[in-house]
Every structure is written in structure tokens, then in C-alpha cells.
Design a protein around this ligand. Sequence first.
Ligand code: X8Z
Ligand code: ZN
Length: 597
Amino acid sequence: MHHPPLSLTKTVSLLLVSAGLALAAPSPIQERADRFLALANAGYKGLYRVNSEAQWAAVTDVTPAHDAASETAGQAAAAFNGNPALINEARDLLTHRAELTELAVRQLNQLLLNAAEGPMTNPSLVAARVEAETKQASVLNSFEFKLDGKPITANQIDDKLDNSTDLNERRRVWEASKESGPALKPGLMKLRDLRNGCAQELGHHDYFALQVAAYGMKTEEMVKLHDDFLAQLRPLYLQLHTWTKYKLAEKFHQPVPKRIPAHWINNRWSQEWGGLVEAANIDDRFKDRTPEWIIKTAEQFYTGLGFGPLPPSFWAKSDLYPVKPGDPRKKNTHASCWHIDLENDIRSLQSIESNSRWFYTAHHELGHGYYFMAYTRPEVPPLLRTGANPGYHEGIGELIALASSQVPYLQSRGILPADFKADATAFLLDDALSRSLPFMFWSSGTMMHWEADVYSKNLPADQWNARWWQYVRDLQGVEPPSPRSEEWCDAATKTHINDNPCYYYSYAVATVLKFQLHDHIARKILHQPPQACNYADNKEVGAFLKRIMEKGGTEDWRKVLKDATGEELSTRAMVEYFKPLQSWLEAQNKGRQIGWD
Ligand code: X8Z
Ligand code: ZN
């Protein structure tokens, strides 16, 4: 709680309080802020709903009419959120921040961050941005991939990369997955300038700096935070990288490469290295399960912890399954979860199929849904119905996905048989490869650095692809199957580069955070080893998470973490979790050349 210096009115009201007569009356400046924020919150919330409804229609069914409606709603939201009258009043009030409650200051800061997304001090710039954003989303969401001239869905691409052992086929599929880049590059070039322009209009250096400001940080601090993460995780990553390249060379009967060819890895961007550890492959366990079972089982994880069921409208209004073959509807194929009205209208967009990939993704998305529900309460004003920072919002679902992957949990739910004899090292290795280490070198590494270069350093567009692959090579130790010239724009094939810019490092924060929260839960609440525990139906775990989530954005994220775990944000828990793996990998890699330099 923020303690402003005593003002005259405060002194008087304190006297009243000490006489037991009344609560402290707010100061005139606090009253002015309260009146302003009541109006600002009401407008924000109303327009948020209208805008979300229009965008939801546009991403679940790409048509010119939905695009047009989405653009109009985007303009309307900006007309309010970026209104100069709002900006001026918020700024003026913040010059009196010492006299305001922390809750008011946080709302005013958030309002100014929102305003910088569409500052109506420059209406033509905002109009151009909203138009370009809508167009880019439309191109992204309706893009049709083709393999050998025939349409292929994103799920089919992923399935082929999961299963094909034919390197020629893998290469054609991988190359097909990069075809959207050239279609998206012109829009992205335009958007880089428009997004930077909006952020600069309100005094931010660039759009990356604006997004980092949501953490109360500067760009350089954020970059250093992530570079430090990678420095701490590098010894383990090098061991994993070495193990993987030998494993894949054997699998594909190839000589051992220095760097791993991208099309050898199951994920299109080499962001996760799944499917490498046979003894931990549980894909078969999902073959007989329906997509409906997957999402219901994910919900059950949360209800078991003591959270309520998802609202009925979630089931009525979500769009959870792939478009049926032959149906011409085009929808975004990347999973997301939406707080449509900042109240109880919560929806998820997915394309769930029966495999472990979608099992974890469903748990991730519901993490957003339960976060929305936890902070939807009168104490949290609409402007602060956010995560403590964006990494928290990503982190809850990642935590539950981690918990849902552990053997004792899978056994307790009958997904693995009760007498299943798990190879602990295999599961830990798969955990590291599929959900943790390569992901850090991709998110803290390639994704963060590329976007920082593009937005803060204005990297010329004729160097975009070279810079992208420089980071993939240097940081991930992965290389393309053949040189990728500037005719391609491989970064733009990643959904978030287009529709959630300068955000991706939040997934790295989420990964670090999930191990810290998990470590606390395993040791302090469950008293079980972090590598093999079972959260199922534990209400204390639920209460622990609820205390974090119900705050929304009302407190500083550092304080939230410290209060919950006693720790600062740190890779300590992640490093300890994988400790048993380091020596095992060193033994496996004995005599092998470690690293790629
Ligand atoms: O985008 C997501 C979620 C939606 S917020 C499915 N994730 C990242 C990705 O797929 O690239 C989850 C982890 C990483
Ligand atoms: Zn997410």
C-alpha cells in the first residue's frame, strides 16, 4: 500500500477516525481521480466488449464483412482509449501521484499504456494502424498452406513433422510452412512503422519499449534479464543440444551435424523439441480420447483445485475444434483465450485434436480463462483486469500444463495405468526438451532479439531474414535446410510476430516463473519431489494460485512473486529441477563435441 504524505484533509479525517467517527475522507485530488477513473473504466470496458466481439468474429470466420466490422470497432475503441482529453487528465493526475492511492496510480499508468496503442493526438496514424492490423490479421488467418500444390492445414503440417521419418518429405513440409512469410512481410513492414509511430506519439522510444513498460522496465533491462536467463541455462542447453543432434543423426541415418537442421525437428520453428524420447512418449494414450475429452479434462484440473466450472457461455460460444474438411470457413489456427466483456464472457479459440500437443495447449488456454475469472471482481477495476505482468498470464497455464504432464498425475487420472513403470530420466529429459530449455533459447533468444532489433533499432527490412537466421544459428544452434534469402520472411510465419508484437519474451518469463511456482507448490504445499508430483484435487494448491490471480494488475509483479514464494524472478528453480539431468547428459555425451562454434 502506498503511503502519501499527510495532507490537511487527511489530518482532519485521521482525527475523526481516531475518534471512531468516520473513515478517512478522500483528498480532493483523489476524488477527482476517482471520478475520472469511474468514467474511464466504464468507457474502456464497454468498448473492449464491442471490439472483442468484432475481432472474435473476424478471427473465427475470415470474411470481408467481418474484417470491416473489426476495423470499425478498432477505430471506435481507439477513439475513446486514445482520446487526448483522457491522456491529458491522466497525465495531470499523475503529477500528483504522491497524493493518490496505488490503485489509482496503477490505473492511470495502464490507461496511458492503452492510449499509446492508438493515440488520437494523431488520428490519421491511428486510422492507418487499425486498418493495417486488420488487414494483416486477415492475411494471417486466411492463409492457405500448400504441399505439392494441395492445401494442407497447420495441424496436418504439425502431424507430418511429428511423424515423418523421410527427410525429403520433412523438408518439403517445412518449406511449405514458410510460404506465409512473403505474404505477410509487406504488411509487417508497414506495421513496424505504424506501431512505432503510435508508441512515439506518447513519448516511448518505440513499440518494443511500450510493451516492456507494462513490466515497469526499460528495453535494456528486459534484454539483460533474458540474456542472463540464457547465460544461466547455457551449460544444460549445450548438453541437450549435443544429445539431440546425435539422436537425430542416428534417427535419420545422417552424419552428425554441427548445428541441427531445422527440418529434423518436430516443431516448425524449433521452439520445442518434442518426440525425441520414446520412453516418455505418451501420444498413444490420447489416440482413443476425443477432443471434447481433452478440454473437459483440462477444466477438471482447475475444478479439482477448487476453482468453479467454466461459465456455460464458454461452451456455447467457444470455437474449440478444427474446421471440418470441406467447410470453406477460414479461422486462425493458433490457440487463444478471450475475456470478451471483462466479465463472464470467456471464450477460447483452438483446433483441438487428440494428441499430447493439444492436451497441453488446452491446459494452457484454460489458465488464461481461470485467470480472467479470478480477477473479475469489484475490487479489480476493468483497467487492471490483466495479469500481474503478461508473463504471469502465460505462466499459470504453463504451470498447469507442466503439472498435467507428470506421471503421478497422469496415473491418478487413468491416462497412464496405475502400474506404469516410468523411466524418470526419460520423462525429465522430455520435459527439458519439449517444454523448457530449447523454448528459452527461442523465446528469450531468437524471438526477443529479433523483435528488439526490428522495433527499437529499426533493422532495415532487407536484413530481416538474415538477422533471423543469425539468431537461430547463434542462439538456438539450429540451421535452415538451405540458405534462406530475403525473398523469405521466416519470422512472419510465427503468429505472434504479426498479431501480438513485442510480447513473446513474456513466454520466457512464464517459463521461468512456472518453475518457481511449481517448486514452491511441490516442496512447500505438496511435500513431493518437483520432478514427479500430483496436484490433483489439492485445494491448498488452488488457494495458493487464486491468491496470485485474483489480484490481477493491482500490485507490482515483483511484490506478487515475493509474497507468494519469497523469491525474486530467477532461474534457480528451473536449474534445480533439471539438476539430475546434467550429469546424465554429460555421461551420454562423453567424447562428443559440445556446442556448435
Ligand atoms: O501461443 C501460445 C499459446 C497461446 S497464448 C498457445 N504459446 C506459445 C506458442 O505457441 O508459441 C504457448 C507457449 C508458447
Ligand atoms: Zn497463452
